[in-house]
Design a protein around this ligand. Structure first.
Ligand SMILES: Nc1ncnc2c1ncn2[C@@H]1O[C@H](COP(=O)(O)OP(=O)(O)O)[C@@H](O)[C@H]1O
Ligand SMILES: [Mg+2]
Length: 255
């Protein structure tokens, strides 16, 4: 079976002061070895979807399966297959990258020797200076902390990586380092990635297929080249304008 992720009519509404439909009957399939991109402005439902797939949030209706396991009923089977990187990575900020990664290694039953070797290898490739490995995380820039989060997600060798805006808010250099690392990691055996972003260029250059999400709905989906051909456009920003009737920049600045 070549399917990594399958979702049918996933929906989630939050009831607080007012009712927000965060996810509105989203369906899609991701094949093994794909990088599937979900692009949309702030508040469009990307993190809600990622949190459902990573078993942290229960959908109101619909279902999702990861490698054939239902994310709600079989979350215990799903969790060992996945890892998630979010914008607000959960770390102990007062201790070093190494201490955080060693702690994660213990949770995954990896020896600290193996953890050190693997994480240093990943961090080297991400352009992270080794001497900063032992400094408290709170002394590192956001870009460096994000690299530690990426290293943590990759070194456990998950089958599905859920990267929730892995490059948002990074300096241009770190952003390129992370993109390059993601691109090259796709040669790794058996890895599938779902990546969310609000960077259209990132989606276009990194992803095998892309879905555009607005107000919790997938408004279009396909290979970047297919989308450009389907709408007769030169880039994804123009596709966005075509399917939503709004300028991408206009929405980005609003949010
Ligand atoms: N825990 C929550 N409680 C109430 N509203 C939420 C919660 N999480 C998300 N939302 C709302 O759901 C919508 C989608 O949010 P989110 O999935 O975080 O979007 P994105 O990741 O694309 O920025 C937003 O309107 C957001 O305010
Ligand atoms: Mg988000």
């Amino acid at each position: 079976m070549n399917i990594a992720v399958q979702c049918e009519e996933l929906a989630k509404t939050f009831e607080k002061k007012n009712r927000v439909i965060a996810l509105d009957r989203v369906s899609f399939t991701v094949e093994k070895h794909e990088i599937f991109g979900i692009v949309g402005p702030n508040g469009s439902g990307k993190s809600t979807l990622i949190r459902i797939l990573s078993t942290l949030l229960i959908p109101d209706t619909g279902w999702a399966r990861i490698f054939g396991h239902d994310v709600v009923r079989q979350y215990g089977r799903v969790r060992p297959c996945i890892n998630r990187v979010s914008v607000d990575a959960a770390f102990f900020k007062g201790i070093s990258a190494w201490e955080n990664l060693r702690y994660a290694a213990r949770l995954y039953g990896l020896s600290s020797g193996v953890a050190k070797e693997r994480t240093l290898e990943i961090l080297d490739r991400l352009g992270f200076e080794r001497k900063r490995y032992y400094e408290p995380l709170e002394d590192l820039s956001r870009g460096m902390q994000q690299k530690v989060a990426i290293a943590r997600a990759f070194f456990t060798a998950p089958m599905l990586l859920l990267l929730d805006e892995p490059t948002t808010g990074l300096d241009p250099r770190s952003k390129l380092d992370v993109q390059e690392y993601v691109r090259r990691s796709m040669n790794q055996d058996g890895l599938t990635i779902i990546l969310t972003t609000h960077d259209m260029h990132e989606a276009e250059s990194l992803c095998d297929r892309v879905a555009i999400i607005i107000n919790g709905r997938f408004v279009t989906m396909g290979k970047p080249s297919e989308l450009l051909a389907r709408y007769k456009k030169n880039n994804l920003e123009e596709v966005f304008l075509e399917v939503t009737g709004r300028e991408w920049k206009e929405i980005e600045y609003e949010s």
